[in-house]
Unconditional design. Structure first.
Lengths: 274, 300
């Protein structure tokens, strides 16, 4: 992650204007086709042909029949899960990363390995083993929506770890801590007033990417028979594919917005440290 | 687990026991427990159930079922689908990365492409299935366009969108963005000095790419290719949303085994299928780790 601006301006040969825009234009057009197709699909006016905005107006004014209440509830569930997963990340992962960075450098490789492990274990494999685990959880703690966040905390681990670790690498944690300690700060003060403010960009980026992953999650929820945004979309799509596609387009747009924010936060970090 | 910490406990040599109680190791215990319970235990259970029959006795029957033609065809389809989409995705994605050389990383073009790539690579899943039903479904935009304007029926030999071939296009749609995300840093790590050295010695742009750029990037490219393969191989949502009954690829076979209990007349087949998937993933990720080591040689 060498964010040296201008490093590529000289040296490495840049593609010609024609090559650049030829490639980007072609790939861009191809990738736009399914999006255009979805928009066209939602505007179709049934058998008589022609186009209308009726369905978009129905969705955007929340004028849906009671049969779509499941969708609203599922969006609520997904938001609860997103919040609970981020909380889990902040409470369990972040303190561990700080402790390892400061006090247990010999565990850094182990922590990295563990956090990146979920990339190699497909969610569909994890769910085979999660089914019995959730059997026990349901008996002990009930089957509240939030319990699924315990599994989601694992699948966001690689993304959250990378976001926070790149921030930890960019600031000199040891020097900051020693400076604060030698000026008489207690450990809670060091964490609350020195480390957390410096880690804010990484924590925010980690939180946003976790939210995006949780809102897009389908495999685990579907196979554990839980309801979230994605499983509800599949159900709604069977009744009324138009509504499902409209919600899809809106979610994609929201997700792009979310990731643009992450990008802006990321650039904030590199600018400050370089 | 060692509690000896050269830096943290150095100033208090006398209070050995107190040092152990206040040891920073305790700080990682909650996280370790959590990961054990929700990553270690489920993985062990998933792999373990493959060796257990309906009554809980040890058996190799389920693992032997991995040789069943039905399961073999699932793994073959999964591997071919992942390989084909990984190669196409890697080539197209690398081309886009090449086209982006020299653009400002913080400019609007790169920010936009980064955000869109992130969404399509990580968030898509179910929604990509809808997108392709709207595009090349029976009443899809492109299907209708080709049929009415050009007289071409893409489903002349039957509807293939809901079978394994129908997964190729949606998978490419998330593979290319993933390639852009993971391969761009490797391209950015190419040192300008190498190009200058090559130019000073009379090398052309073609010489630079052929003699320096491509050999240096080869390990990263192959590594990214492997990650793309792993990504497609473990992907479930798109396929599941496209077909509610299909069992063409391994993840769908696991779904069938989990929901019907008696796929191939065997219980706990899901565990054996999961074991098979983990073996494939372990091989791929081990190769990836090797290539990463090789690639990092040039990224210091």
């Amino acid at each position: 992650m060498s964010g040296m601006p201008g490093a590529t301006r000289t040296g490495v040969p840049t593609p010609s204007r024609l090559a650049r825009w030829g490639i980007l234009g072609t790939v861009g057009l191809l990738f736009a086709v399914p999006i255009v197709a979805m928009v066209e699909f939602t505007l179709r006016r049934g058998l008589e042909g022609g186009y209308s905005l009726d369905r978009w107006i129905t969705v955007l004014t929340f004028d849906l029949g009671p049969e779509y209440r499941v969708l609203g509830q599922a969006i609520g569930n997904s938001l609860i899960l997103a919040a609970a997963t981020v909380a889990l990340m902040l409470v369990l992962l972040v303190p561990t990363m700080i402790v390892v960075q400061l006090k247990l450098p010999q565990l850094r490789r182990v922590l990295e390995f563990v956090c990146l492990l979920p990339i190699s274990i497909p969610a569909i494999v994890l769910v085979v083993g999660l089914a019995p685990v959730y059997g026990v959880i349901s008996r002990a703690a009930g089957s509240g929506v939030w319990t699924l966040a315990l599994a989601y905390g694992i699948i966001v681990l690689p993304f959250a770890y990378r976001a926070v670790q790149s921030n930890l690498d960019a600031i000199d944690v040891t020097t900051l801590t020693e400076a604060a300690r030698s000026l008489g700060a207690s450990w809670p003060t060091v964490i609350a007033r020195v480390l957390l403010p410096n880690l804010r960009p990484g924590l925010l980026a980690g939180a946003f990417i976790s939210v995006a992953v949780v809102l897009g999650e389908f495999t685990i929820a579907s196979l554990l028979n839980r309801q979230n945004l994605q499983t509800a979309l599949v159900i709604v799509q069977k009744d009324d594919p138009f509504i499902a596609v409209i919600v899809t387009l809106i979610s994609l747009l929201v997700a792009v917005g979310l990731l643009l924010v992450i990008g802006a936060i990321g650039r904030g970090t590199t600018r400050r440290t370089s | 687990m060692s509690t000896a910490d050269p830096r943290g406990t150095a100033p208090r040599g006398s209070a050995r026991t107190a040092g152990v109680i206040a040891s920073p190791v305790w700080g990682v215990v909650p996280f370790a427990l959590y990961v054990l319970l929700f990553l270690g235990l489920p993985t062990a259970l998933a792999l373990g159930t493959g060796f257990v029959d309906g009554e809980g006795a040890f058996t190799l029957d389920n693992v032997a079922a991995l040789a069943d033609p039905f399961v073999v065809s699932g793994f073959t389809t999964s591997v071919v689908l992942s390989a084909v989409t990984a190669v196409i995705g890697a080539v197209l994605g690398a081309l886009v990365c090449y086209a982006l050389i020299g653009t400002r990383p913080e400019g609007p073009l790169r920010s936009g492409i980064d955000a869109v790539s992130g969404v399509l690579a990580q968030f898509g899943g179910v929604m990509l299935a809808f997108a392709f039903v709207a595009t090349i479904g029976i009443q899809g935009f492109i299907t209708v366009l080709l049929r009415d304007r050009l007289g071409i029926d893409i489903f002349a030999d039957g509807v293939w969108l809901y079978e394994a071939p129908g997964l190729v296009l949606p998978y490419i749609y998330f593979q290319v963005p993933l390639m852009i995300i993971i391969f761009m840093p490797a391209l950015e790590a190419l040192k300008p000095q190498w190009a200058e050295a090559s130019a000073t010695l009379g090398g052309t742009t073609a010489t630079f790419w052929w003699r320096i750029g491509m050999p240096v990037l080869a390990p990263s490219f192959l590594g990214s290719l492997l990650l793309l393969f792993a990504n497609a191989f473990s992907s479930y949502a798109t396929a599941a949303a496209l077909t509610s009954q299909g069992q063409s690829i391994v993840p769908l076979q696991i779904r069938a085994a989990l929901t019907s209990e008696t796929l191939l007349g065997r219980e706990n087949l899901a565990g054996a299928l999961a074991l098979g998937m983990i073996v494939v993933m372990a091989v791929v990720m081990a190769l990836y780790a090797l290539l990463q080591r090789r690639a990092s040689r040039w990224q210091r």
